[in-house]
Structure formats: structure tokens, C-alpha cells
Design a protein around this ligand. Structure first.
Ligand code: PLP
Length: 435
């Protein structure tokens, strides 16, 4: 069976696309290991891990076997009033991998939903402890937390979707994006901003939500652990719930199993997703401390008010168990370190290219920021012609390869990035930057 590209153009939405002026889409026949095979037979080395998720590569035999075994038992039963081994097993694995204080798990069906769940938990917790006037969420600029409404309300107010939906979106409190760089002590401006925000807003703030260490889709921006330590301190002083969204950073991507480990700071609520099933299917989890859970259950409702149809889906849980099992074999750490070092070496030359503003690497994330925005369709084509799958946005050309990628394959990615970023026609403006 071939993809009906005309039908696709006429009827199917893709992420953030226009149906009136759809950009080209490449039909995929199969994916295996680090390769995506197009229907015309071309093999692309995957630099995106399908948006942070396929950390063990495509069709990993352990994950496929887990899915096949589970589908013969049950692919789904409702989680209301029923439970099953894949869910309890997954819960045990998650508890063993995360900080001891995190002790209660809500299995959600996507990252955005896990963020909704986290925010709702924080609000119900504040109600439960007699702090119902705390109804706002605070966050830092430049974040991305998903596309549902509460999640959107804490995305960056400029490059997020606030202007489109401002009458509907909850009004959040925004801190400036941290200036504290990786491995730097807390920047005085950040401490001042935190103090100011707390003085102004702590009375009505229920929770602060941030992506620790790495802001992903909001700008591929890295910041220092000392900022997270300061944030934890301020939240504790003010009785504010601290939520870490590790949907992108979780499961080893930054060189630690969870990014909060860099700061030795434990959040009250933790959102996980993306790589949870090794990229096989959608599943997310919201973990919370016992104190948060107790507060939620002391609220007027007496229960946590959320319960998706596909909550705790056994098939997804079984595959997640297999994926976490692979992580527990502990090769990810050497793999991520090796990818990181090779990216440091091989992406550094991009810094000398006239269109390039900045090259930065953290864990197995390599980012090249350009002076002018790239032309999405043109740069995509240039990459595909060179046998790699890299999907930039705006001024950000970045890779986060599957952990199993070998040096030759990574070299193909970094080499293609250097070649393509040197081409003038992949940028929206032809004018040379003034840098
Ligand atoms: C992708 C992402 C989300 C949203 O997850 P979905 O599964 O796409 O709903 C939320 N937060 C962060 C940090 C993400 O990277």
C-alpha cells in the first residue's frame, strides 16, 4: 500500500500546518534502527528521534516483542475500577528511577494531558490545604508545555499562542527567561526577578511550572542548575508547588536520567512523556509527592478530578516497561556521553559559518542557532537530499539522535548540518547577516 499524497494534502492536518498551503510531506514506508525509509527507497538517518521519543531507535526488538505479547493478553481495559500488571509494573519502575519523594503516579495519555493533570493537581492541592485564593500559575518565558488550553497558558506568551486565544486563556504570571547559563552560579538578575515576582504574585500563585535545564520547543535554550535551586528555595518559602515538565528532558537525554538531577532539586510534581514508551506509542505520567496527593484528596471534591478513557492503557504500559528495562541496563549513559562529545567536536565548525549565531550542545542535544529564520520547505529538502532527517524551526536547527546511533551515522548528521547551513537558499532572507 502506498501513501495517497494527494489525499494527504487534501484532507489530513499535520502538526502546525495549513491545509490551504500545505508544505511537502515525505511518505515513509518503514523505520528501523536509526533509519527512516521513504517510499521511494531513500534511507534517512534520523536526527530527531521523532521529537525526543525513539531513544532506542525504531523497531527495537525488545519493544516490539513486548507489544506483541501484550496485545495477545489485552490491548486495553478501562482503568476505572480495574487494574493490571503492566500498570503496577510501570509504576514500580518509575518510582525506582525517580526521587524517593515522588510517590504517586497518574498515567496520562499524552504530554499535554500530563501537564493539565499537573496544573489541576496543584490547584486542587492548594484548595485542599485552605489556599483556594491561589489560582494562578507562574512560569518562565520561552517555555513550551503542550497545545491544550491550560498548557498553552504557560507556553511563552510571544512565540506561544497567547495572542490568538487571549480571551480564553488563563492569565499566567511570567518570569523572564533565566540568564544563568549552564554551570554558572545564579545570575543576580535572575535572583532579582525571582524576588520581585514572589513579592508581587506569591499570594495568588498556586504553582510554578518549568522545563528544568532545557527549554525545548520554546527555543532549545539551556540554563543553569543554580536557577532551579533558587526556584525551589523561593517556592518553599512561599508555599508554592513546583512542577517540572521533563516530557522532553526525561529518560537520559541531558546526560542524567532526569534533568532535575543536575540541580539535585526535587519537584513536587513531575511530568514525563515522549520517550516513556521509547517512541512506540503515546503515554505520559504525572508523578507527585504524598503531600500533594493528600492535599488534593482533602479538597472539596475529595478525589482527583481527572480520568481519561485510555488511562493506564496496558499496551502502552507494557511497551514503556520494556523501554525502561532497556534504560535500566544502563548503556544510555555512555551512549549519551559519546553522542555529546562527538557533537561538540563536529558541530563546532558550524560556528564559523556566516549565517550561524550560536552552537550549543547539552547532553545528546545539539543546537545551531542561525541569524535569520530558515525556509522550512527548502531546508527540509536539502537535508533529505543528503540522506538525513532534521526538522528545524525558526532560527533553530537541532538534533537529538536516538541513543543507539553509531559515530558514522552521527557524522552523517553533523556533516549534513554543516553543508546545509552554508547554503544561502535555505534561509528566508537572502541578505547576509550583519553579525
Ligand atoms: C512535547 C512536549 C509537551 C507536550 O507533549 P505532547 O505529548 O505533544 O502533548 C509538553 N511539554 C514539553 C516540555 C514537551 O516537550
Amino acid at each position: 500500500m502506498k501513501t495517497d499524497l494527494q489525499f494527504d494534502r487534501d484532507h489530513l492536518w499535520h502538526p502546525y500546518t495549513s491545509t490551504s498551503h500545505p508544505l511537502p510531506c515525505y511518505p515513509v514506508a518503514r523505520a528501523q534502527g536509526v533509519h527512516i525509509e521513504l517510499e521511494d527507497g531513500r534511507l534517512l538517518v534520523d536526527g530527531m528521534s521523532s521529537w525526543w521519543s525513539t531513544i532506542h531507535g525504531y523497531q527495537h526488538p525488545t519493544l516490539s516483542a513486548a507489544a506483541k505479547a501484550q496485545i495477545d493478553q489485552m490491548s486495553h481495559v478501562m482503568f476505572g475500577g480495574l487494574t493490571h500488571a503492566p500498570a503496577t509494573e510501570l509504576g514500580k519502575k518509575l518510582l525506582s528511577m525517580t526521587a524517593p519523594a515522588l510517590n504517586k503516579i497518574f498515567l496520562a495519555d499524552s504530554g499535554s494531558v500530563s501537564v493539565e493533570v499537573a496544573l489541576k493537581m496543584a490547584l486542587q492541592y492548594q484548595q485542599g490545604i485552605g489556599q483556594a485564593q491561589r489560582s494562578k500559575i507562574m512560569t518562565i518565558r520561552g517555555g513550551y508545555h503542550g497545545d491544550t488550553f491550560a498548557a498553552m497558558s504557560v507556553c511563552d506568551p510571544i512565540n506561544g499562542m497567547h495572542s490568538l486565544f487571549q480571551d480564553v486563556l488563563a492569565q499566567s504570571h511570567f518570569l523572564p527567561r533565566p540568564q544563568t547559563g549552564l554551570n554558572e552560579p545564579l545570575h543576580p538578575a535572575d535572583e532579582a526577578a525571582l524576588q520581585q515576582a514572589m513579592a508581587r504574585w506569591s499570594d495568588d500563585t498556586a504553582a510554578v511550572i518549568v522545563e528544568p535545564m532545557v527549554q525545548g520547543a520554546g527555543g532549545m535554550y539551556f540554563y543553569g542548575a543554580s536557577y532551579l535551586q533558587a526556584l525551589r528555595r523561593h517556592c518553599d518559602q512561599q508555599g508554592i508547588v513546583l512542577i517540572f515538565d521533563e516530557i522532553a528532558t526525561g529518560f537520559g537525554r541531558t546526560g542524567r536520567l532526569f534533568a532535575y538531577e543536575h540541580a539535585e532539586v526535587v519537584p513536587d510534581i513531575l511530568c514525563l512523556g515522549k520517550a516513556l514508551t521509547g517512541g512506540t506509542m503515546t503515554l505520559a505520567a504525572t508523578l507527585a509527592t504524598d503531600a500533594i496527593a493528600a492535599g488534593v484528596c482533602a479538597s472539596e471534591a475529595g478525589v482527583f478530578m481527572h480520568g481519561p478513557t485510555f488511562m493506564g492503557n496496558p499496551l502502552a504500559c507494557a511497551v514503556a516497561n520494556a523501554s525502561l528495562g532497556l534504560l535500566q541496563q544502563d548503556h544510555w549513559q555512555q551512549q549519551v556521553t559519546a553522542l555529546s562529545q562527538q557533537m561538540q567536536t563536529e558541530l563546532a565548525p558550524c560556528q564559523a559559518l556566516p549565517h550561524v549565531a550560536n552552537v550549543r550542545i547539552f547532553g545528546a542535544i545539539g543546537v545551531v542557532e542561525t541569524h535569520t529564520a530558515v525556509d522550512g520547505a527548502a531546508i527540509q529538502q536539502a537535508f533529505v537530499e543528503r540522506g538525513v532527517w532534521i526538522r528545524p524551526f525558526g532560527k533553530l536547527v537541532y538534533i537529538m539522535p536516538p541513543y543507539i546511533m553509531n559515530p558514522t551515522e552521527l557524522r552523517q548528521l553533523t556533516h549534513a548540518m554543516h553543508q546545509v547551513l552554508a547554503l544561502d537558499h535555505v534561509y528566508l532572507s537572502d541578505s547576509m547577516p550583519v553579525s
